[in-house]
Design a protein around this ligand. Structure first.
Ligand code: ZN
Length: 214
């Protein structure tokens, strides 16, 4: 029995998802769309250069970059699902959140951005929790003293804002860069996310922050 290229019982192998056209100098997905390869060193340098040039604004720049990326990615996915499923009856917003968000993340997981688990149990209140393993930002900034995956927080906020058709925010409440086993995020309305961040700053664990979301 063959296992999925993304199953946990085999290592992540970029060749499963991409091929190179050396003469054209391009890297392509299996579906033929072009992509760029980013090294961990590039991610490291990007973060340090932003902090050096923009100071405290760096976090916000990374978050906003992720947000716009998540939004554009969902616009692309909407178009793709429309073409695949087709028909005048197609409506992304009537589809199951789990299906839509996991479909969206599959492309990023294939590109090496890590493995995500979404918890939609609070979706009726607009709150979603995410656990991310193997964040490339956490790998690049290992040993940090605060959560560093602002691009990811922005990605989740952008994608959820599109899917819920209202502004969503996101914050990282636990990060692998601090030696924890995974990164965890709360996405939701501004007040919920601000409360989660305040609790993290006061020293609450991710489990406690999530428990207090109700
Ligand atoms: Zn992280």
């Amino acid at each position: 029995m063959s296992s999925s290229p993304l199953s946990e019982d085999r290592p992540y192998l970029p060749d499963d998802f991409f091929h190179q056209e050396l003469e054209a100098g391009s890297l392509l997905r299996i579906d033929g769309t072009r992509v760029a390869a980013l090294s961990v060193d590039f991610i490291h340098t990007l973060h340090f250069a932003l902090v050096e040039h923009c100071g405290d604004a760096a976090q916000d720049i990374l978050y906003r970059g992720g947000y716009e990326w998540g939004l554009q990615d969902m616009i692309r996915l909407n178009r793709q699902l429309h073409d695949e499923i087709g028909g005048g009856n197609f409506d992304l917003w009537q589809m199951d959140a789990k299906f839509v968000l996991e479909s969206w993340w599959t492309t990023l997981a294939e590109a090496g951005w890590g493995a995500c688990q979404f918890d939609f149990s609070r979706l009726s209140r607009g709150v979603v929790c995410v656990e991310l393993k193997n964040s490339i930002v956490a790998q690049a900034l290992d040993g940090a003293d605060h959560p560093v995956c602002h691009i990811y927080a922005g990605l989740f906020a952008g994608a959820l804002s599109f899917f819920e058709r209202t502004e969503r925010h996101a914050v990282e409440i636990q990060c692998q860069a601090l030696g924890q086993e995974s990164c965890k995020f709360v996405i939701g309305p501004g007040a919920e996310v601000d409360n989660a961040e305040s609790r993290r700053q006061q020293g609450a664990s991710a489990a406690e922050i999530i428990r207090r979301l109700g």
